[in-house]
Write a protein that binds this ligand. Structure first.
Ligand code: C2E
Ligand code: MG
Ligand code: MG
Length: 477
């Protein structure tokens, strides 16, 4: 029998009592004999262990186990009541960068801080759990329409507007991408979590810090991605990749100075695919290293006999962070005989500033080989001026989004002007990307931009077309 009794200090103790009746020789009761065992500590330990098995040690939030149980129960009762439930998958943006650059302690503090913030915006009855890593899940129930689930999602998103205090000296900005799935007649806990996860990926693709709603098209896209993931190794083995070359010209004289190598995939059943469709897949599966080697080797071979033309080759994040990058590049240059002075490696701004010290070291080694470095899509990342002046780079490519607004009332002429002044002050050459109109080109010339690239000048060309054009260019000089 379980008993709760007061001890001499007045504290309540949990006990288990066992009793036996004492009988005399003739079988009459003469009393009782019993023991009372204090199980207070054991109970506390049991509670702790069961909490540990169902809660995340860092944030104290329920883990996957509880989330799954809660979702099963809520789904069953929603089926009876006809209510809608929403599953929100929330994944922090660039958390790996925080962990890698500021250390795991800071990463942990950020997670705790995010968990506290999220706790304060979930409604009573809704469940917030940590799904793993930097992923949080919110199960929200009792909705009569999708709009009120969207409102919950917006509240969660807005929770990231204010910076987080993580005790690292200054508050830290952190955004999250949110995927939202609603219950439907055939929904299971697994299908809802999976749909919310797929929607979260969509949110990341569209723009970080955003919210995306699951729909059937997204499922089709997710399946398509899986198929591409499966086919990608064949693309490399079966020679299905193709390089196009887009000329980069002097903004004033229009003389061609370089070409940017842009990869395409001639898929056997789906036709020609643009990099947006497969580069991120290649990054996720790690195939990007092999793909990147292929692109660099092909570009060097194709450009070897077109004298005086430089070639710009894009490097992805994973390639830059690969500790064998310098070796790989050295080997390809040696085996193709391509002069390093004619190679420009383009690296996206946001990738460059992710792990600044390691990046500086890698870039310095590449530059020592004679290679030039360009910051691609400049203006879309978050590099501080301080970082920019420390990076051993040679040129900046102003992102297309700034160039397209040039001369328009809503445009950013002043930003482009400021970037050009800044770049020149730092001794960097400038290229405008995505120049499509004469007016844009003229504005760029008046702002003293050095080089221009875009459909106005030339679309990306295949190798044969590039060769023909170079013959014409040579004749014009
Ligand atoms: P990016 O490096 O910024 O390349 C420029 C993109 O802008 C190219 O798209 C090009 O076709 C497009 N473009 C050029 N001029 C214009 C214009 O006037 N208007 C418009 N609207 N677009 C223009 P593309 O070829 O689809 O490549 C997209 C991105 O994929 C590239 O952006 C680059 O980040 C990546 N990429 C391409 N090839 C490779 C590669 O070999 N390796 C890696 N890691 N990434 C690559
Ligand atoms: Mg580029
Ligand atoms: Mg670019």
């Amino acid at each position: 029998m379980r008993l709760r009794i007061h001890d001499t200090r007045g504290d309540i103790r949990s006990t288990i009592g066992t009793w036996a009746t004492l009988l005399d020789e003739s079988g009459d009761k003469i009393g009782y004999v019993g023991t009372i065992q204090d199980i207070t500590e054991r109970e506390a330990l049991e509670a702790r262990l069961s909490h540990q098995a169902t809660h995340d040690a860092l944030t104290g939030l329920p883990n996957r186990v509880i989330l799954g149980e809660h979702l099963t129960k809520t789904l069953a009762s929603a089926r009876r009541s006809g209510d809608l439930i929403g599953v929100l998958f929330c994944d922090l943006d660039r958390f790996k960068v925080v962990n890698d650059s500021l250390g795991h302690d800071c990463g942990d503090r950020l997670l705790v801080s995010v968990a506290d913030r999220l706790r304060s915006c979930v409604r009573v009855g809704d469940l917030l759990g940590r799904f793993g890593g930097d992923e949080f899940v919110i199960v929200t129930s009792g909705h009569s329409e999708g709009a009120s689930i969207a409102a919950v999602a917006e509240r969660i998103r807005a929770a990231f507007d204010e910076p987080f205090e993580i005790g690292a000296g200054r508050p830290m900005r952190c955004t999250a991408s949110l995927g939202v799935a609603h219950s439907n007649p055939g929904a299971t806990p697994e299908s809802l979590l999976r749909d919310a996860d797929v929607a979260m990926y969509r949110a990341k693709e569209q723009c970080r810090g955003g919210v995306a709603q699951f729909d059937e098209r997204l499922r089709a896209r997710a399946l398509e991605r899986l198929a591409l993931e499966r086919d990608l190794p064949h693309a490399l083995a079966n020679d299905e990749l193709v390089l196009l070359y887009q000329p980069i010209v002097d903004a004033v004289s229009q003389q061609v100075r370089s070409v940017e190598a842009l990869v395409r995939w001639d898929h056997p059943t789906r036709g020609r695919l643009v990099p947006e469709m497969f580069i991120s897949v290649a990054e996720e599966t790690g195939a990007i290293l092999e793909l990147g080697d292929w692109v660099l080797r092909r570009a060097c071979l194709d450009l070897c006999d077109i004298t005086d033309l430089k070639v710009n080759v894009n490097l992805s994040a994973m390639q830059l962070h690969d500790h064998l990058l310098v070796d790989r590049v050295t080997k390809i240059l040696a085996s193709t005989g391509f002069p390093p002075e004619r190679l420009v490696l383009e690296i996206t701004e946001s990738v460059l500033v992710a792990d600044i010290e390691a990046t500086i070291a890698t870039l310095a080694k590449l530059k020592a080989l004679g290679i030039a470095i360009a910051v691609d899509d400049f203006g879309t990342g978050y590099s501080s001026l301080n970082y920019l002046s420390r990076l051993p780079v040679d040129s900046l490519k102003i992102d297309r989004s700034f160039v397209q607004g040039l001369g328009l009332p809503s445009g950013n002429d002043e930003i482009v002007r400021a970037v050009l002044v800044l770049a020149h002050a730092l001794g960097l050459e400038t290229t405008a990307e995505g120049v499509e109109t004469v007016a844009q080109l003229e504005t760029l010339q008046s702002l003293r931009c050095d080089l221009a690239q875009g459909f106005l000048v030339n679309h990306p060309l295949d190798h044969a077309a590039l060769r023909e054009l170079t013959i014409i260019w040579a004749a014009q000089i």
